[in-house]
Design a protein around this ligand. Structure first.
Ligand code: 5GP
Length: 127
């Protein structure tokens, strides 16, 4: 089954300029902005401007240019936030949630970049 993109999702509205955002970095293909409910001192969302539902959709269907640009923006954000492991920073955690079991809230692919404190165990397992 093909991925089905919902144009009314909140990040689509941000990309259309209908809702403001606190931009950290922007390129032709990618936007990075601060999460509205930060879970760490630095909490930035990196999203493609193209209509991709989740990481698997992006990985399967985005162009090489979009994918490279996205990853370069991740590096740009890490540097800008002082988190870059190559730049004297203390590092960060990158998380993407996909679909129901990934507990994805907004159905437009995004990578969370979290840092500025030790992020703790990778996941907490619960029933
Ligand atoms: P998910 O659970 O889908 O991986 O994460 C969605 C993220 O989007 C959450 O961390 C939430 O705080 C953030 N978010 C939801 N609505 C908005 C919004 O209108 N603006 C911004 N900047 N972040 C949002």
């Amino acid at each position: 089954m093909a991925y089905s993109y919902d144009d009314s999702n909140i990040f689509a509205r941000i990309l259309r300029g209908e809702i403001p955002n606190n931009t950290v970095a922007e390129t032709e293909y990618t936007l990075a902005f601060r999460d509205i409910r930060p879970l760490a001192p630095s909490h930035v969302l990196v999203i493609p401007k193209g209509k991709y539902v989740a990481m698997d959709d992006f990985a399967e269907n985005a162009s090489a240019e979009e994918i490279v640009d996205f990853m370069r923006v991740v590096a740009q954000v890490a540097k800008a936030e002082g988190l870059s492991t190559g730049d004297g920073g203390n590092g960060f955690r990158a998380i993407t949630n996909a679909g129901n079991d990934g507990v994805q809230e907004v159905p437009h692919f995004h990578l969370h970049i979290l840092g500025g404190r030790v992020m703790g165990p990778m996941i907490l397992l619960r029933d």
